[in-house]
Design a protein around this ligand. Structure first.
Ligand SMILES: NC(=O)c1ccc[n+]([C@@H]2O[C@H](COP(=O)([O-])OP(=O)(O)OC[C@H]3O[C@@H](n4cnc5c(N)ncnc54)[C@H](O)[C@@H]3O)[C@@H](O)[C@H]2O)c1
Length: 315
């Protein structure tokens, strides 16, 4: 049995990771500051497990780590648009929060037990965009917006704490995640919410940006595959190999929601996002060599996800 911290356990990806750890019978300390995106209703599900303990805390202010094997850090401010308006919370949670977790790990006495492994969630956005080809884990980081800059800074802290203090780590860099349970500020749930309100979907930069889509369940499976491997001090991309333009994503959402091919009627094309990345693409061969591969197929999942958001409307 393992003992795991999952920070950001009431967020989108954190909830999938928490669920998998609980189902394995591992002891889970779920940490969450409960920002506006946190889904407190998840506590009802998680509290049914005797192996779950919830700590309502900011990762920046945690002052003690109980004995554990891994800290899986999914806690973060995650919305690029918010970071462009005001980056303060992004610097606080995504950089200072990570520094605090790293210090808690490095200060854990080694005379009794091995120190926990810092399993840090990064993002494909740290590499910046790429017009052709794919980013591998060796590529330099070129973040384009305050969110991705803060995430890249955190990756640098993890690597520095590893080199200077021998903190053991994993850095996971996922592409765009989709699935049930995402706060309606992200493209899929926001599109459904806008259509429910009779508002147009604001598609930045004419919908031309290209994104990879990976189901959050496959991301959580990637975490399990890495932990099962026992590997440490590695960076892994996780992508899944499926990419499409944002326009294509919205076309599919609209066609499920309204059962129509006339999707452009529901879209406002007038807005461009500052610093918009044209395409993200990751090579995840390193992760696949551990036996991981994605199980969910976007085109098979999207209908039930859109229907879910339609009937589970979040104000
Ligand atoms: N969602 C994606 O498509 C995606 C893609 C690549 C990488 N990521 C990364 O994965 C991680 C999880 O993303 P997500 O989409 O699930 O995020 P989310 O915004 O849905 O959830 C984040 C959770 O962390 C909590 N939180 C925020 N700041 C905190 C703090 N200082 N202390 C404690 N809790 C805090 C929030 O309350 C929330 O419950 C993030 O690190 C994000 O950068 C996400």
């Amino acid at each position: 049995m393992k003992i795991i911290y999952v920070t950001g356990c009431l967020g989108f990806i954190g909830s999938y990771v928490t669920r998998k750890c609980l189902q394995k019978g591992w002891m889970v300390y779920g940490v969450d500051k409960c920002t506006y995106v946190a889904n407190r209703a998840l506590l009802e599900e998680f509290d049914k497990y005797d192996n779950f303990t919830f700590l309502e805390k900011d990762i920046k202010d945690l002052d003690h780590l109980y004995d554990c094997d891994y800290i899986i850090n999914t806690a973060a401010e995650s919305h690029v648009g918010n970071s462009i308006i005001d980056s303060e919370d992004f610097i606080s949670s995504n950089i200072m929060g990570v520094r605090n977790l790293l210090d808690l790990v490095r200060n854990k006495p080694e005379n009794c037990n091995r120190r926990p492994i810092m399993f840090h969630f990064s993002t494909d956005e740290v590499y910046g965009d790429i017009v052709e080809g794919e980013h591998t884990e060796e590529h330099l980081l070129h973040p384009s917006n305050p969110y991705s800059a803060a995430k890249a800074a955190a990756d640098m802290l993890v690597l520095a704490w590893a080199r200077t203090y021998n903190v053991e780590y994993i850095i996971l860099r996922p592409t765009n995640n989709y699935g049930i349970g995402q706060y309606p500020e992200k493209l899929i749930p926001l599109s459904v919410k806008n259509m429910m309100r009779g508002l147009k979907i604001r598609l930045h930069n004419n919908g031309t940006p290209i994104r990879n889509w990976l189901h959050a369940d496959d991301t959580a499976e990637a975490v399990m595959a890495i932990i099962d491997s026992g590997n440490v001090n590695e960076i892994y991309n996780v992508a899944g190999g499926f990419e499409q333009t944002n326009a294509e994503t919205v076309r599919k959402i609209v066609s499920v929601h309204h059962d129509t091919d006339d999707w452009k009627r529901f879209v406002d094309f007038s807005y461009s996002r500052q610093g918009q990345d044209v395409r993200y693409a990751l090579n995840d061969d390193k992760l696949r060599s551990l036996g991981w591969k994605p199980k969910k197929i976007f085109d098979e999942e999207i209908a039930s996800i859109v229907k879910y958001y339609k009937t589970n409307f979040i104000w």
